[in-house]
Ligand binder design. Structure first.
Ligand code: SAM
Length: 235
């Protein structure tokens, strides 16, 4: 049996590249996004009553990697990239059908200039991610406090600390449209976006990432990240 699935909407996210996106939703609460509905679903009826729910499940397509295949065994970053687990025992992005799911916070519903959108936060999704379904999060059924979670049984914490140079601080202060920019960058860097194999080394190296239309450069020194520079991405 085969079937087609069409997107119901698309995510507009500050994460413009896979690098530095947290591994799960709500690890970085300042990550705000809009879910913009496709024409067929661009009517308020489709979301009537949704604002009664604080959180939603999003089902989506890992569109950036979905055509790159999958393996039965994957190396979860949580295990340092050395140990293998079955793909269905992980949240790996390279998986049959390329479907992901994230429980995110609903901040509001917007209907502006004829366009319906959901305002979300705590997302772990790349800009342009196609959404295939939305369901309300039901604590009585979905919050399983006695669940066992194997190799991923705790929230991933790092010892990483974050500071900003004067240039970075000054630039961020002038971005009045992004009042949470500093907290956003801080929490993304606290997650330590480096690949698993890099984290093992006590390295001193600079990295770059894009958030919104900004380029952020930082230096890793042991367990400290110093944000060197924040600039506008050059077109
Ligand atoms: N919460 C989801 C789940 O459990 O299905 C996603 C978990 S997956 C481990 C999270 C990673 O997916 C992010 O760190 C990011 O690199 C990647 N990602 C997010 N959106 C994507 C997209 N549209 N295409 C490919 N990869 C994506």
């Amino acid at each position: 049996m085969q079937f087609d699935i069409q997107p119901i909407g698309v995510i507009r996210s500050p994460y413009k590249q896979k690098f530095a996106i947290p591994r799960q939703p709500r690890l970085v609460p300042e990550a705000k996004a809009k879910l913009v509905f496709c024409d067929e679903f661009n009517r308020e009826e489709f979301v009537r009553g949704i604002e009664e729910f604080s959180h939603l499940w999003l089902l989506f397509r890992f569109h950036e990697t979905a055509d790159k295949g999958y393996s039965a065994l994957v190396r979860p970053p949580r295990l340092g990239g050395n140990e293998r687990k079955g793909v269905f025992a992980t949240r790996a992005t390279f998986r049959p059908n390329g479907i992901g799911m994230s429980a995110v916070k609903l901040e509001g519903v917007e209907y502006k200039n004829g366009q319906l959108a959901l305002l979300l936060s705590g997302i772990d999704l790349l800009d342009g991610t196609p959404i295939v379904d939305i369901k309300p999060y039901l604590p009585y059924s979905d919050a399983l406090t006695d669940a066992a979670a194997g190799f991923a049984d705790t929230r991933p914490e790092t010892a990483m600390t974050v500071s900003f140079t004067e240039q970075a601080e000054t630039f961020i202060r002038t971005q009045s449209d992004y009042p949470e920019l500093k907290a956003f960058i801080t929490n993304v860097l606290k997650q330590d976006p480096r690949p698993a194999y890099k984290k093992k080394k006590a390295e001193t190296q600079s990295y770059g990432m894009n958030l919104y239309d900004f380029n952020i450069r930082w230096m890793v020194d042991g367990e400290h990240n110093q944000v060197l520079e924040v600039t506008h991405i050059q077109p």
